[in-house]
Each structure stands twice: as structure tokens, then as C-alpha cells.
Design a protein around this ligand. Structure first.
Ligand SMILES: CC(=O)SCCNC(=O)CCNC(=O)[C@H](O)C(C)(C)COP(=O)(O)OP(=O)(O)OC[C@H]1O[C@@H](n2cnc3c(N)ncnc32)[C@H](O)[C@@H]1OP(=O)(O)O
Ligand SMILES: CC(C)C(=O)C(=O)O
Length: 565
């Protein structure tokens, strides 16, 4: 980069439109969409699509609900010509879909284009020629009158040649290419001249398409240009005003949205923003932005993952994992506070209420993504994410303090590996840490006697140092009685600080899970978790597991005491 960019680059001169109306417009319906994936998208690929690949893409676009599809540049290559022929001859174009093809304003190319469409029921013939100063001077070496004449002459050829194929219902689209950098009055002059030749009517409109062939300025500047044309074009009621934003400055989506507010009826673009250089405007983001505001876009991206796969296979281009609405990671939260808010939001979100889950602009289920993928855990995650995954994948509903305790266990593992830890690993870690803790006390069986005095007698058989021993205790409930029995054996008072339980699944396989927070002497509490078909047994196991964890982890000298008998 140079230190004085002003010596090399000029500021773009915005048009003057002080009475602009578009900032106050609220969008309440979708524009007409035109997919140019098979033309502008295709011409930008390293390896352009074959006829078969184009057919696969075309049929997918039809399934998504696109009604206007630019299928190629048939005068440019045999592939595109043959593709158009196949579409027509194999009757692949549904009655409510109109195909479009592009041509330069050259007689031979227009003739070949019209020939490619023989037998089509309906077609949009799209002709373009550049009109901006740099193109006039550098590419055409002509003046304004020269490029206007190219547009007029081309339109006359299109009119004459299409008239000779009356079995097709023809629609004409004209693009003053490089509109974004052209003098606005001159753009109008050329478009009006073309319109005067074609003579559209309100019942049979033509399309005037205003390309930001290269995105030149901020989106509000493009919106001003579009509003100016919308207000000044002749025969506006006979014109479908279309926009074709490119993404050179990374603001094509905003430019398209503001352009529609400024009066555009139609938007041309590509899936995932494919197209020349930095791409055409991304139709998926545009449509989903409308959807997220409660406006149905008229195209359907429910099968988002399949659409992404189709796109990647046919274009050989990867979709960025952060691509709005579609990327692999866009419904995923790693960070603790996000996970916490999402988990709470999902828990209270009602199916028939307005969507308001924090951090998720739309319901992932609407694009066939599952909640499972929403929360992912690494060293930036907190208790919310960990317990959400454990609940989703293994059914455990941890009490709050256990959530806090276990998330530290998970964080230790993810911190030391430096990697994401998935739901299966979390479930395994939980099982190992809290449930399968069979030493020094391994539960073998129990006998609980409920006396009339409301005192409970427990006899718990455990395996301890390779031997079966029986621990006996008396308390005012089964857990209390077992706690007393263990207290006696380890020589420290064991109490139950907190207790939670829930069922794990319905039917004959139903098991109960118990979470017992154990306090030994004056030490900090620890949790144990037990699972069993019998709820009392699950609670006793949880208590033993808590004591085992305490002995193993917190207080090794008790192990020695216990071992010494
Ligand atoms: C912004 C866009 O995306 S526009 C679409 C761009 N897409 C494509 O170009 C893909 C397909 N194109 C092609 O394969 C080729 O350009 C072809 C086959 C159509 C034509 O190829 P060629 O005849 O070799 O011409 P080429 O494309 O190089 O064009 C150069 C000539 O056409 C003229 N020309 C370029 N665009 C246009 C136009 N829209 N209308 C009229 N003439 C044009 C140029 O001034 C130049 O004329 P010159 O030879 O007298 O100097
Ligand atoms: C042909 C036109 C519409 C085009 O692709 C562009 O200007 O980007």
C-alpha cells in the first residue's frame, strides 16, 4: 500500500439527491429474484460447469422456487448453447419458470442467441453494453453517442430477430453495464432510447437492469442512483426495474436491500454470493434477511445443508463456515455466556410465539439445522453449554452446583488439549467422573427396613478392598441411614447436603438418576451420581460415588485411614 492513496485513487462522486425517499421505506414484500448462478456465477468459475452440472443446478434452483433463471451466454460457447437446447428439447422448464440468456449487442451473437431459444415457450433475452466513461474511452474508443448507438442498434436487432420466432413469448432485458460508474443522466438517456425502440407496455413490461458491475461506493450512494432512475426513467409503469449488485466493497447485500427500498422491483444475484471477483450479491442472505423480519421471500432454503453441498460440488468452491444462515458454524456458540443465554432462551421459547432466543436471529430448525449443533464446547465455554450437551446427548439434568463443578472438569480437559470437546466425550467424561466411581466402595446390594418409629435401618453390602462387607446404619430416611453407616466406617461424619433425582427414559428401560451432594466432616461438598432402575438404589449409589470421589480426590489421608481399618 502507498502512503498517499489520494495520489492514486479518487473519491467516488455521489449524485445529489437531497429529497431522497428510500431511507423511510419499510420493506414489506420480497422482490422478484433472478438467479444468475448459471451465467454470472458460472463465468467466474475456474472450471465452468458442464451441461450435466448446469442441469443439476438448474433443477435445484427450480426446486428452491426461483421463477427467473439466467441459464447462460449461448452465443459464447457450445456448452451454453447445448444446455439451452437441452432445457427446451427435454421440456425441463416448468410453466411458471422463465429462462434468461445474455448476449452482447452484436448482430451475429444476437442471431445465435435467438437461435438457441427456438421452441422455448417464454424467454428473457438480456442484452448489455458498457456505458461508463472508462469503458467508452478504453474499451470502445468512442463517445457517448457511440455507446448509445450500440445499445439502440442492438435493441433493433433483438426486436427484428425475435419477431421471426413468434412461437416464443419474448421479454427483453437491457443492462447499461457499468451503470454504477456512469453519469446518471446519460444512463437514463440510453435506457430511455432502448425503451423507445422496444416499446414495452404496462401489460408487457421490459426489464431495465442497473448493474453495480463494480461496486464503487457505499450502499446509500447506489440507493440514491437507483431512486434517481426510478423517479426519472420514461415509461416507468412499463418497466421492471432490476438491480445487479457486485460485492467489490463487501456491501452488496446492503446495496441490494437499500436499492429495493429505493424502488427496485427485482434483484439479480447468485447463491452464496458467487460471481465475478468478490461475487454477485448473495441471494440466500437477502432472502433469509427478509424471512427473519417475518416476510416470506418466495424462495425456500429449508434444505440449507443440501443446497450448500450442491453448491460446493457444482462450483468447486467452499462455503465459508461463517457464511450467514448457511455456514457450518453459524448456529454454533462456543463461548460460555452465549451458550448460557441460548440454553435459557431455548428452554422458554414456545412453538407458537415470536422467536426470541438470544444470539440466534432465526430458528435453526427452519433451515433444517438441529439444536445439537448450536452449542459446542471448548476452553471458552461455561457450565451452560456443557450441561446443555449432556442433557441433549445423555439425558442428565444436572443441578446447578453440579453444573458448575462438572464444567470445571470439562474445562480442564479442553484447556489441556486446546481443542473442542464433543458431546460424546463430555458424556464419557461425566460417566467416568461421577457414575463409574467404584473404589474404594463398590455397591453390591442393600436392604432397607422402614421401622414404625420412622427410623430406617440400612444394610448396604459393598465390595471393599476385594472383600464383601456389610455397612449398617440407622437414620431418618434411607440416605441418612446409609450416610451414617459410611460415617462409621470412614471415621468422619458424612451428611447429604443436597439431593436431586429424575427419570431417564420412559417404559420398561426407565432408570432413575440421583445426584447427591455429599459433605464429609467440614470439607467442601462433592457430588456423586447414581443410576438404577430402583430409585432408592440409585440414591445409595450416588452417595457412595460421592464418598468415593471425596476419598480419591480430596482427602487422600482418609484413604489411608480407611485402608488401615
Ligand atoms: C459484466 C459481465 O459479466 S458481461 C458478461 C461477460 N461474460 C462473458 O464475456 C462470457 C462470454 N463471452 C465470451 O465468451 C466472448 O466474449 C464472446 C464469445 C461472447 C465474444 O468473443 P470475441 O468475439 O472474441 O469478443 P470479446 O469478448 O473479446 O469482445 C471484444 C469485442 O466485443 C466488443 N464488445 C464487448 N462487449 C460488447 C457488448 N456488450 N456489446 C457490443 N460489443 C461488445 C468490444 O468492444 C470488442 O470489440 P473489438 O473487437 O472491435 O475491439
Ligand atoms: C451483464 C451485466 C448485467 C453484468 O453482469 C454486470 O454488469 O455485472
Amino acid at each position: 500500500m502507498i502512503s498517499q492513496p489520494a495520489q492514486k485513487y479518487r473519491r467516488f462522486d455521489a449524485i445529489q439527491l437531497p429529497d431522497r425517499q428510500w431511507p423511510n421505506v419499510v420493506l414489506d414484500k420480497a422482490p422478484i429474484w433472478m438467479s444468475t448462478d448459471l451465467r454470472d456465477g458460472n463465468q467466474a468459475l475456474i472450471d465452468p460447469m458442464s451441461v450435466d452440472t448446469k442441469m443439476r443446478f438448474f433443477l435445484a434452483l427450480v426446486d428452491m422456487g426461483f421463477k427467473e433463471i439466467e441459464v447462460g451466454f449461448p452465443s459464447a460457447s457450445e456448452t451454453d448453447f447445448n444446455f439451452v437446447r437441452r432445457l427446451i428439447e427435454e421440456n425441463r422448464i416448468p410453466d411458471d419458470v422463465t429462462i434468461e440468456v445474455l448476449t452482447q449487442a452484436r448482430e451475429d451473437l444476437i442471431a445465435r442467441t435467438v437461435e438457441s431459444l427456438k421452441g422455448a415457450k417464454r424467454a428473457i433475452l438480456h442484452m448489455y453494453n458498457p456505458i461508463a466513461p472508462a469503458f467508452r474511452e478504453i474499451v470502445y474508443r468512442t463517445d457517448k453517442a457511440g455507446v448509445k448507438e450500440i445499445a439502440e442498434r442492438g435493441t433493433r436487432w433483438v426486436k427484428e430477430m425475435t419477431a421471426k420466432q413468434p412461437e416464443t413469448e419474448w421479454f427483453y432485458q437491457y443492462s447499461p453495464e457499468t451503470f454504477s460508474s456512469a453519469e446518471i443522466e446519460f444512463a437514463k438517456e440510453v435506457c430511455d432510447a432502448v425503451t423507445a425502440i422496444w416499446q414495452p407496455t404496462p401489460d408487457h413490461k421490459m426489464i431495465i437492469n442497473l448493474p453495480a458491475t463494480v461496486e464503487m461506493a457505499t450502499p446509500n450512494t447506489y440507493a440514491d442512483q437507483v431512486e434517481w432512475m426510478h423517479r426519472h426513467l420514461n415509461n416507468r409503469d412499463s418497466i421492471i426495474l432490476s438491480v445487479h449488485p457486485h460485492n467489490d466493497r463487501g456491501t452488496a447485500v446492503a446495496a441490494a436491500e437499500l436499492a429495493v427500498m429505493a424502488g427496485a422491483d427485482r434483484v439479480e444475484g447468485c447463491l452464496f454470493g458467487n460471481g465475478e471477483r468478490t461475487g454477485n450479491v448473495d441471494l440466500i442472505t437477502l432472502a433469509m434477511n427478509l424471512y427473519s423480519q417475518g416476510i416470506h421471500p418466495g424462495v425456500d432454503f429449508t434444505q440449507m445443508d443440501q443446497i450448500r453441498q450442491l453448491f460446493e460440488e457444482t462450483t468447486q468452491l467452499p462455503v465459508h463456515p461463517r457464511h450467514p444462515y448457511a455456514g457450518e458454524l453459524v448456529f454454533t456458540a462456543f463461548s460460555g455466556s452465549h451458550q448460557d443465554a441460548i440454553k435459557k432462551g431455548l428452554a422458554v421459547q414456545k412453538a407458537d410465539d415470536y422467536w426470541q432466543v438470544p444470539y440466534l436471529p432465526i430458528d435453526p430448525a427452519d433451515v433444517n439445522r438441529s439444536y445439537d449443533a448450536v452449542v459446542r464446547v471448548n476452553s471458552q465455554s461455561g457450565k451452560g453449554g456443557v450441561s446443555f450437551l449432556l442433557q441433549q446427548h445423555a439425558g442428565f439434568e444436572l443441578p446447578r452446583r453440579l453444573q458448575i463443578e462438572f464444567s470445571k472438569v470439562v474445562q480442564k480437559v479442553s484447556d489441556s488439549s486446546g481443542r473442542e470437546i464433543n458431546a460424546d466425550n463430555i458424556a464419557t467424561l461425566f460417566d467416568k467422573e461421577y457414575v463409574q466411581v467404584n473404589s474404594p466402595y463398590q455397591y453390591m446390594g442393600s436392604h432397607i427396613v422402614d421401622e414404625e418409629s420412622h427410623q430406617v435401618l440400612s444394610h448396604v453390602v459393598v465390595k471393599y478392598q476385594q472383600q464383601r462387607i456389610e455397612l449398617k446404619g440407622q437414620g431418618n430416611g434411607p440416605l441418612d441411614a446409609v450416610a451414617k453407616a459410611i460415617s462409621e466406617h470412614i471415621g468422619e461424619t458424612v451428611t447429604v447436603a443436597d439431593y436431586h433425582e429424575h427419570g431417564m427414559s420412559a417404559g420398561s428401560d426407565a432408570t432413575a438418576v440421583s445426584y447427591v451432594e455429599v459433605k464429609v466432616g467440614e470439607h467442601a461438598t462433592v457430588f456423586g451420581v447414581g443410576q438404577d432402575q430402583n430409585i432408592t438404589t440409585s440414591a445409595i449409589k450416588a452417595l457412595l460415588n460421592g464418598v468415593n470421589r471425596f476419598i480419591n480426590g480430596t482427602n487422600p489421608e482418609i484413604v489411608e485411614n480407611v485402608a488401615a481399618g
